[in-house]
Ligand binder design. Structure first.
Ligand SMILES: [Zn+2]
Length: 348
């Protein structure tokens, strides 16, 4: 009975674009297995590469798109080498343009290195709204490709890494993720700097990944979307956090901003293994990847209470599912990404 019900649910699910993945061309076969089993029509690979770190003159993502035609969309990831040279921004804006025009790339990805790790020669951290990046924001807007931007990190990473920290398991596996006692700016300062960038570039669309970079605060995220029409958010690796809020609050946010939320998992697939939203503990299997997807679907589609969340290492709590309507699901799973990335997909 359970099997046929599951099949029914699967058969009635809209096609899926997973808009936040980190995929290596060296793991193409494995990616294809996982993709088919999960019902994902296409991945947006936020590790598409650039023209510097390449052996054959094309960004690494091109190889993956060639291996799995019709199922891989790529984002350009700039090379931060030379960031202090006056031509850096222009060089990388040209790299972005070339990747779009020659290789069909559909987005720009900026990692949390901006604001947290990139430094000038004197050792000072480079601000999120540093003008060195302006040529990239501008060119992305001219080309009509969105900027997927990760700024800051979970709130708990700014708090003391002790057994009282709610992400203690994760911080034990990755002590270097803690910003406690470092010169990292306060978390909200990073988020406000991003808002200044968004406001200064109204022609550019910014996808604030990881649930608006602030899954701890749905009020902030809803306000971000209200304040800036040129923004969207993705769900990558944040259902465990989002699911802790009252389900009616989260459902209302999805309904209010139904056209600006993208289904995304932050799955990583490389020859070194799988990353299912976070890492630590045992090496995940392909079976684990299916469970990971099923828990995303369960959260979005059912009204289950106290369910296990997709990435247990993020914390020992359970979450309450939000039972979205078919209309909202169709947008979140597929249509929003297809419109934003300007793609049509037919193969399943
Ligand atoms: Zn990611």
């Amino acid at each position: 009975m359970l099997t046929s019900l599951l099949a029914l649910v699967l058969a009635s699910r809209p096609p899926i674009i997973d808009a936040h993945a980190h995929l290596s061309w060296k793991a193409a076969d494995r990616i294809e297995h996982i993709r088919r089993a999960a019902g994902v029509v296409a991945y947006l690979n936020l590790s598409g590469g650039n023209y510097s770190s390449t052996l054959d003159g094309v960004p690494a993502g091109v190889r993956l798109a060639t291996a799995l035609p019709g199922h891989i969309l790529n984002a350009y990831t700039p090379d931060f080498d030379g960031l202090d040279e006056p031509w850096w921004g222009v060089r990388e804006a040209m790299g972005l343009e070339r990747s779009v025009r020659e290789h069909g790339f559909v987005a720009l990805k900026i990692s949390k290195a901006l604001g947290l790790y990139l430094r000038d020669p004197a050792g000072a951290l480079i601000d999120v709204d540093d003008p060195r990046f302006f040529p990239l924001w501008e060119r992305a807007g001219e080309l009509g490709v969105p900027v997927f931007i990760h700024v800051a990190d979970p709130k708990a990473f700014w708090e003391p890494p002790t057994p009282q920290n709610e992400r203690w398991d994760e911080l034990q596996a990755h002590p270097e993720w803690s910003f406690w006692g470092t010169d990292a700016p306060p978390r909200l300062e990073l988020l406000y700097a991003l808002e200044r960038v968004i406001e200064a570039h109204p022609q550019t669309t910014f996808v604030c990944v990881h649930f608006g970079n602030n899954a701890e605060d749905p009020g902030y995220v809803s306000g971000l979307l209200d304040r800036h029409p040129n923004t969207a958010i993705d769900l990558g690796a944040r259902i465990p956090e989002v699911g802790r809020h009252p389900p009616e609050v989260v459902r209302a946010l999805f309904e209010r901003h139904a056209s600006r939320i993208l289904f995304a998992t932050d799955i990583g697939v490389s020859p070194y293994g799988l990353v299912l939203g976070s890492s630590g503990g045992e090496t995940p299997t392909e079976q684990d990847a299916q469970v990971f997807y099923e828990r995303h679907f369960q959260y979005l589609e059912t009204a289950d209470r106290g369910m296990t969340h997709p990435t247990p290492i993020q914390g020992p709590w359970t979450i309450d599912a939000i039972a979205l309507s078919e209309e909202v699901l169709e947008r979140v799973y597929y249509r929003n990404a297809a419109e934003l990335l300007r793609v049509t997909l037919s193969a399943r």
